[in-house]
Design a binder for this molecule. Structure first.
Ligand code: AMP
Ligand code: ZN
Length: 453
């Protein structure tokens, strides 16, 4: 079986390519000037889902995800580096800002069971990679020195510009805000900065053959994917908003450098809304994972709600949906841990759903049916759930989160009472009942203790 997935560029479902048995993936990472919101996490979960599905299908996956800690300009009129703006707000060094939010990004991923990437290159530590790429683009005639001394990519020199997003150069009007920085020295409105001269800026700047300055945002992903994935990327992932201009620019830079199509498949996750509105900092509608946990929900309940929706549909997240997923998760864990020595059973139907453009809602529906269908062997039902869990990542074998149903706690109470009344016959009967329902009972001087079998 192969994973087939929607390629934004060809607008078709396509099988994921591999180099031998290895699939090389690149996923655009966070800009670390604030905590990632749950929308960002939806996109990071998409790359985890692809990776786990490929692994379940027998592939080896190498995943590179960049950490943008320089060069991403703010979207307001100040057009300042996001890291530097935030360092003023928090009154700490911009690099400290970057490390602080990078650490919370990793902590969020761990809470959501998102497997770590193989490499997390930081933009600020790949400056010479970017400079080498810019030098090559200048030599090859795809870039030029602008009238302000900064280096720009010449969009018109790359004939395929616009093929991912459909925004071809002839349809791009001057005045459209392609970039948020004030790129005054460029020749053509759709060109973009590869290296910006520092001007008055004194923080996060580096020496270069073109003067002291800092890299543009788009060059980062080209430099890193070309270097760390050796000039060929099987699959590239990001949120929908990155199609244009970010991925369009990345493709132009990378293909101009190699003279070949560097990325085989461009995959974009749809955006997350929250309680009906777009989730973004600019619309002040941001939900953080910490808030979900703060309300007492299991972080993996969020993972489950996100997976209940197909990655290609816009999804509206609500507190009700999180709460319902929390309950489902507890119930599934109780179900999956009822067998002492359950083994994974490869379930073709689940694997097929996942390999057909990551149909997680269907995979979850199959699990719901297995949960209910008592005609099937319990080993098959539980084993299939464990199999699905390698990809869904819901920790279904986690026992400590099993909650005691009210039935069981009633029986425990009745037994404690029976013991208090020295009614040993009743106490023994209730113990047998509890043990048949998965509990282990131990009596001590201080009373009865129980744990899951
Ligand atoms: P950023 O940290 O802003 O560079 O964004 C990191 C990732 O999150 C990118 O792939 C974005 O496309 C993605 N993203 C941003 N907003 C949302 C959203 N509301 N829903 C899903 N993904 C998003
Ligand atoms: Zn990127």
């Amino acid at each position: 079986m192969q994973l087939t997935i929607y390629n934004t560029m060809s607008r078709k479902l396509q099988p994921v390519t591999s180099d031998g048995n290895q699939v090389k993936m690149y996923c655009c990472g966070p800009t670390v000037y604030r905590d990632a919101h749950v929308g960002n996490l939806r996109t990071f979960l998409l790359s985890d889902l692809i990776r786990r599905t490929l692994q379940a299908l027998g592939y080896e996956v190498v995943l590179v995800q960049n950490i943008t800690d320089v060069g991403h300009m703010s979207e307001d009129l100040l057009a300042e580096d996001k890291m530097i703006t935030q360092s003023r707000v928090e009154k700490i060094d911009p690099f400290e800002i970057a490390r602080k939010y990078e650490a919370s990004f990793h902590a969020d991923l761990a809470q959501l069971n998102i497997l770590p990437a193989d490499i997390y290159p930081r933009a600020s530590e790949c400056i010479s990679l970017m400079q080498d790429l810019i030098s090559s683009l200048l030599l090859k005639g795809f870039a030029y020195v602008g009238s302000d001394g900064s280096i720009y990519f010449d969009a018109a020199s790359f004939p395929g510009y616009g093929e991912i997003s459909g925004n071809h150069l002839d349809s791009l009007k001057p005045g459209y805000r392609y970039e948020y920085s004030d790129d005054r020295g460029k020749r053509f409105h759709a060109d973009w900065a590869l290296w910006k001269l520092a001007g008055h800026r004194t923080e996060m700047v580096w020496d270069s053959p073109w003067g002291i300055g800092f890299p543009g945002w788009h060059i980062e992903c080209s430099a890193m994917s070309l270097h760390f994935l050796r000039y060929h990327v099987n699959l590239h992932v990001g949120g929908m908003d990155l199609r244009f201009p970010h991925h369009e620019n990345e493709r132009a830079q990378s293909n101009a450098m190699t003279g070949s199509e560097v990325v085989d498949l461009w995959v974009h996750g749809e955006h997350l809304l929250f309680e009906g509105r777009k989730m973004s900092k600019s619309s002040s509608n941001v939900l953080l994972l910490a808030e979900v946990i703060g309300k007492g929900y299991d972080p993996l309940a969020l993972r489950l709600v996100l997976l209940e929706n197909r990655y290609r549909s816009q999804m509206d997240l609500t507190w009700d949906a999180i709460s319902a997923a929390h309950k489902t998760l507890k119930r599934w864990r109780a179900f999956a841990t009822q067998l002492h020595s359950a083994k994974r059973v490869e379930n073709e139907e689940i694997l097929k759903a996942l390999s057909e453009d990551l149909d997680t809602p269907r995979a979850i529906q199959i699990i719901r049916t297995l949960e209910k269908n008592s005609d099937l062997a319990i080993e098959f039902r539980v084993g299939s759930m464990l199999f699905a869990d390698q990809v869904l990542g819901l920790d279904l074998t986690r026992e400590e989160t099993r909650v005691l149903s009210s039935d069981l706690s009633d029986i425990l109470e009745q037994r404690a009472k029976a013991r208090g009344e020295k009614n040993w016959a009743l106490s023994d009967r209730l113990r047998e009942d509890l043990e048949s329902k998965g509990l282990l009972i131990e009596d001590s001087q201080t009373g009865q203790e129980w744990r899951w079998r």
